[in-house]
Design a binder for this molecule. Structure first.
Ligand code: MOS
Length: 760
């Protein structure tokens, strides 16, 4: 049964059961939101602005209206009833009007609705805006960008990590490095496009939209429409890729809801691939200024990290990954700062491992440069600076297995064969390089509620509005219920992705398994307690008079250690019930009980990571081999080995898949991905999957995942550290470091393309 994709579980790991929805997905039966049939739909097509800043002076709709089948055209002139929901209050952006002010290229300026998709597409091409245009500021260095200190404008980042006196540490350190790094903009490009279908029944709205947070979307749309949230239902049984892009409400949803209301008919929108680049969010470009100071023995004494991140004109979106990077090693003194750089762009947003991907890339590149300057092996350098306490407040890690990960990865990789001298390893015409970097992701846990029903025949139903975004949510939630109820996974039906179910947090920050499984565990424990109570208090039952502490659930029965047992059916009969059903609300330690009411209202607060008395992180070590052709400079990654520790692993198959996919995305970050911006127009040039480079099978060779056992009772009742966003962190640095080892060339601006290696 066990194979590379379904590793044999070690301690504190769950069985690699196949995904319960695998067959549905591969046979096309899984119903994604835009697949849901609605009666007699009309079709919407978006018109987006071709300028980035200015104003619509005139909108000529005559040609569009003349197309047969056109039913309605929404513009700024007839959508005044839509209320504003600003960035930070439930919307991904404050740029939500259809005009007349234009604040970004690709802003939605009209929604054309017609009987057919073809008519709507034709008519949309005939909407003729006349603009008064201003010169936009596109990115770093463009005239007109403005800069702000994130602590002054971003409510989540009022305080950034500081410890001791970093300047004094650098002044006294025998070895200091002072370097700058840069990362490009990236777009999520989930396979599934940004779709919305809205249908009204009287004054009740149903929204079918791929979502990472159905409760957030439900409450946000209700606010924009000015209606009671209880009159809105959001359904998202599956999302075909999200990576953060479907976590927060975007402007399109309320527009489609309004169009459907005006027509009194369901309306479907499937935005184009190119429109996805501007009507949703993206990972913004970043710059980093890093200083590290060390003693000759490699002990770090100081770390300073100043980040610069592009955001839109109105919104202060920043990821501020220094929150996490500052916890990672025994740095001694720490100084951090983050700057928001406002340009005329759409507002960026969460994209897989938002804070750590750019900031850990920069730090782990700098760590390699420092190791080289010290003449130390890069793994040995990290070992010298490994710590069980964060340098920020000297708080303990709840658990930390970083060096175990390095040891296991290094053994599997054959790191000992590395010649430390850059450019010294060669195989024919190929320069060979070995590089390493740390992967790290904050462990988040949020509030969640679940309802569980158990039937006398041992079948169960679990209801929780968690989200299946490729993470295996249906499967691991079912596994937790099966385990606690003593039944087979096949006997559990899991219902998720619907705002009529009890709420779960946004499927962001890799909290889904931790939060949902904790809520399901708590709910199942209530059912267990009821069954145990009934079993031990019955006068005529086989378990009468026993202590409930000695009982467990197994194979559809309540059983005792000595083998005595009673079937669910017999207990239910005595209880006089047809089913046993419970509902429980789980609030993690550190949050107020109010957190559940907030979650029902679409607001979510999480604990973990760098906050609290203990710091909580999942970690890993990634080791890569690169080959750079000595003449053409072609860059290959023949193998990558990652070892990861993340508390309890619910399912080694889904975990393996997440971690392998993460490292492949890391290869993409290192060598392929970048959204190109035309600085004259602040427009994205490669807004399609032909020109937006991602790795294909030929770019990925051996990817080995090693699962490291780790037990952590502090993180949450499930003992789970999220890892969906772990393995794509650090990879870009590991590859950068390996390219340097192969060639002696240090690339400090991603992606690494072969032209950057032509200099030597
Ligand atoms: Mo993840 S970017 O937190 O969905």
């Amino acid at each position: 049964m066990a194979n590379a994709a379904a590793p044999t579980p070690k301690a504190n790991m769950g069985a690699p059961v196949p995904r319960v929805d695998a067959r549905l997905k591969v046979t096309g039966q899984a119903r994604y939101p835009s697949d849901t049939p609605v009666g007699n739909p009309a079709f919407a097509v978006l018109v987006t602005s071709t300028i980035a800043t200015g104003r619509i002076e005139r909108l000529d709709l005559d040609g569009a209206r003349a197309v047969p089948g056109v039913l309605d055209i929404l513009t700024y002139e007839n959508t005044g009833e839509l209320k504003g929901v600003k960035f930070g209050q439930g919307s991904s952006t404050s740029i939500e009007d259809l005009g007349p002010e234009i604040q970004q290229a690709g802003q939605i300026i009209a929604v054309v609705v017609a009987d057919t998709f073809e008519a709507a597409t034709d008519a949309a091409s005939r909407v003729k805006p006349t603009y008064s245009e201003q010169t936009p500021s596109a990115t770093f260095g463009s005239p007109g960008v403005t800069q702000e200190d994130a602590t002054k404008v971003s409510p989540q980042h009022k305080h950034l990590p500081q410890a001791g006196d970093a300047e004094a540490a650098f002044a006294g350190a025998p070895v200091v490095i002072d370097l700058e790094y840069e990362t490009p903009p990236q777009h999520h490009n989930p396979m599934e496009l940004f779709t919305t279908t809205c249908a009204w029944t009287a004054d009740h709205l149903t929204v079918y939209e791929p979502s990472q947070f159905v409760y957030g979307l439900k409450n946000g749309v209700a606010q924009r429409l000015g209606i009671d949230p209880d009159k809105v239902r959001v359904v998202s049984s599956y999302a075909g890729g999200a990576f953060g892009s479907k976590g927060t409400m975007t402007p399109r949803t309320a527009m489609i809801a309004l169009a459907a209301k005006r027509l009194n008919r369901p309306v479907k929108l499937v935005a184009t691939r190119a429109q996805g680049f501007t009507i949703a969010t993206y990972r913004a470009e970043t710059r980093h200024h890093i200083r590290l100071g060390a003693a000759r023995d490699g002990k770090l004494v100081g770390y300073s990290h100043e980040g610069f991140e592009v955001s839109s004109r109105p919104d202060p979106y920043v990821v501020a990954g220094v929150e996490d990077s500052a916890q990672l090693y025994a740095f001694g003194a720490v100084a951090t700062k983050v700057n928001v750089v406002h340009a005329d762009r759409n507002t960026p947003g969460y994209m897989r491992s938002p804070p750590v991907v750019p900031y850990i890339y920069a730090l782990e590149s700098a760590m390699d440069e420092m190791a080289q300057k010290l003449g130390m092996d890069p793994i040995a350098f990290r070992r010298v600076n490994d710590t069980m306490n964060s340098p920020i407040g000297n708080r303990p890690y709840s658990s930390r297995s970083l060096m175990t990960c390095y040891d296991q990865a290094a053994a599997a990789f054959g790191w000992k064969d590395r010649n430390p001298q850059p450019g010294a390893m060669r195989d024919g015409d190929w320069l060979v390089g070995y590089g390493c970097a740390t992967a790290v992701y904050p462990t988040h846990t949020g509030p969640a509620a679940a309802r569980v029903r158990l039937k006398p025949n041992g079948e169960a139903r679990v209801q929780i509005a968690a989200h299946e975004i490729g993470n295996g949510a249906y499967t691991v939630i079912g596994q937790m219920a099966a385990e606690r109820l003593g039944i087979d996974l096949a006997s559990v039906t899991v219902e998720i992705g619907d705002s009529r179910l009890p709420p779960a947090p946004v499927a962001g920050g890799s909290n889904t398994t931790a939060s949902s499984c904790s809520a399901v565990k708590k709910t199942c424990n209530l059912i267990r307690a009821r069954l145990f109570h009934a079993a031990v208090t019955a006068n005529d039952g086989p378990l009468a008079g026993r202590s409930a502490d000695d009982l467990m659930l197994q194979d559809g029965k309540v059983v005792a250690n000595d083998g005595a047992g009673e079937s669910f059916a017999d207990i239910f009969r005595r209880m006089g019930v047809a089913v046993v059903e419970d509902y429980a609300e789980f609030v993690p330690d550190g949050l107020k009980p109010q957190a559940i009411a907030d979650l029902y209202a679409g607001k979510v607060d999480m604990v973990g990571g760098s906050h609290g008395d203990k710091v909580m992180y999942a970690m890993g070590a990634e080791l890569v081999e690169v080959r750079v052709h000595v003449l053409t400079r072609e860059i290959r990654v023949p193998r990558i080995v990652g070892a990861f520790a993340a508390g309890r692993l619910m399912n080694t198959r889904t975990v393996h898949s997440q971690l392998m996919g993460g490292m492949i995305w890391g290869i993409s970050s290192a060598l392929h991905e970048a959204t190109e911006i035309d600085p004259r127009y602040a427009r994205y040039v490669n807004d399609n999957l032909a020109d937006y480079m991602i790795p294909v099978n030929a770019d990925v060779d051996q990817v080995q995942v090693i699962l490291v056992s780790e037990v952590d009772h502090d993180v949450n009742p499930a003992g789970v550290k999220g890892l969906g966003e772990l393995a794509n962190v650090g990879t870009a640095a590991a590859i950068t470091n390996a390219v340097h080892h192969a060639t002696g060339i240090r690339v400090r601006k991603l992606p690494i393309r072969l032209e950057k290696l032509l200099q030597a």
